[in-house]
Design a protein around this ligand. Structure first.
Ligand code: FAD
Length: 401
């Protein structure tokens, strides 16, 4: 296993080796196909900058001018004018970060389709998710055209966001022995997502800027994920993967019923079939019958209060995404947090909604939640495979020159 991980994933009943194998052979191939389907490749997101934690230092302006580079016909006429006026005023010279590196960290504007005031939008109805204002402006982003990989976003700006996340009071004493399971679970989800981002950077790094050559960066992998001192980060990646996998399987009956309608019946039928294969996979059940046992959580006396606290921290972390000064990073950061929030909703919200009414309510998911959860699962799945591959290459020792 990677970094000599052995035994069972902490808090899960699955062996590392079994997870690694079933992921490579059964889960990842299905998810790779799934995220390429028309239904799963468009994510609705608000990429505007309104960082509530520190003043805008110009970092956010870059992507707004990306919007302006759209072909005029692409953006619906009524609000194209408003867009242009609101977003590109006063963004004079490119910011320092733009000048430092040539890597394109803005999302591919040619695939953007704007959408304002989605008709009938009633929010996510998810206690883990911040409800955005109804008049927020969203774009649909083609995820395939904007892969998660190295962007050159690093240093002080990136650290400021990670610091903000890890300085949430629920995390500051996380290494203490008496920290409750719920907080640990929450920390491991965020840390696992962070590991996953690092894995994708290491797997798809810009090796030669002049020639536009992309490939693995083994020294970077070794430093961030491939040494025993940071083994916990890889463990957290496995944990996050199993957590989201459990949520996906639990939502299986609902996911099998959804109308995957994008107007292309043949492709939509294939989407439904891939989902069915994933949620009913015998290989997964055999390798890992119960990826995570959610029933153990929130059982203490302070359960409901603890949950409200962690939800407030999750909202803060979600807000921190508006401070990410790299459009692509923000896109994937927002997608993955919505994926985590959706997993939390699937595993815990039925009981939340049932509180007081005496009857658990039926789980309902928004289209965007389904898209986020399964794309997150694909990202985590691809990261587990990337860690496996890069660990082998690292162990080979032939890479050092
Ligand atoms: P960082 O990854 O910045 O980590 C900062 C500190 O956090 C570390 O020093 C360590 O103490 C701690 N830490 C690191 N990993 C973990 C972990 N798994 N669990 C717990 N603690 C940890 N860059 C890209 O190139 N492409 C992207 O798509 C991208 N997406 C991003 C999305 C978000 C939301 C953010 C905030 C940043 C993103 N970045 C992306 C930047 C990237 O995550 C790093 O910040 C950057 O590559 C610099 O890395 P670093 O080695 O300095 O450590």
């Amino acid at each position: 296993g990677p970094c000599q991980l052995s035994g069972t994933v902490h808090d899960c009943s699955c062996e590392y080796a079994a997870v690694e194998r079933v992921n490579k052979e059964a889960v990842l191939p299905l998810l790779r196909d799934l995220v390429r389907t028309p239904f799963f490749r468009y994510f609705k997101v608000n990429l505007y900058c309104d960082c509530p934690f520190w003043p805008d230092d110009g970092m956010c302006m870059l992507r707004d001018c990306g919007v302006c580079e759209c072909e005029p016909d692409e953006v619906p006429a009524p609000w194209k004018v408003a867009d242009t006026a609101a977003n590109c005023e006063g963004t004079g010279s490119p910011s320092r970060l733009e000048a430092e590196s040539e890597v394109d960290r803005s999302v591919d504007a040619s695939t953007k389709v704007h959408l304002v005031n989605i008709h009938g939008w009633r929010g996510y109805n998810n206690p883990w998710m911040l409800e955005e204002e109804t008049d927020s402006e969203y774009s649909y982003i083609n995820l395939l055209a904007n892969p998660e990989r190295y962007t050159g976003y690093k240093g002080e700006h990136a650290h400021r966001v990670w610091n903000l996340i890890y300085s949430q009071s629920c995390f500051t004493d996380i290494t203490q022995p008496d920290v409750c399971t719920e907080r640990k679970v929450f920390y491991r989800l965020i840390s696992g997502m962070h590991s996953s981002i690092s894995a994708h950077i290491a797997k798809e790094y810009l090796l030669d800027e002049a020639q536009d050559v992309w490939g693995p960066n083994l020294p970077l992998f070794r430093d961030r994920l491939g040494n025993t001192a940071v083994r916990e980060r890889v463990e957290n990646l496995y944990f996050a993967y199993l957590f989201v996998l459990r949520a996906t399987l639990k939502a299986g009956p609902l996911l099998e019923e959804i109308a995957y309608d994008t107007g292309f019946p043949e492709e939509d039928a294939r989407t439904a079939e891939l989902v069915r294969q994933l949620v009913s996979s015998e290989a997964v059940k055999k390798a890992c019958p119960v990826p995570f046992e959610e029933g153990r959580l929130w059982k203490g006396e302070d359960g409901p209060q603890l949950k409200r606290q962690l939800q407030a921290h999750f909202h803060n972390i979600t807000r921190a995404m508006d401070c990410v000064g790299c459009e692509k990073c923000k896109l994937w950061g927002k997608l993955q947090l919505l994926g985590i929030a959706t997993s939390l909703k699937v595993l815990f919200a039925a009981e939340d909604c049932g509180l007081g009414s005496g009857q658990p309510q039926q789980l309902q998911l928004e289209r965007n939640e389904v898209i986020a959860m399964l794309n997150l699962l694909e990202r985590l799945s691809a990261s587990i495979e990337a860690v496996r591959e890069l660990s082998l290459q690292l162990a080979d020792g032939n890479w050092e020159q």
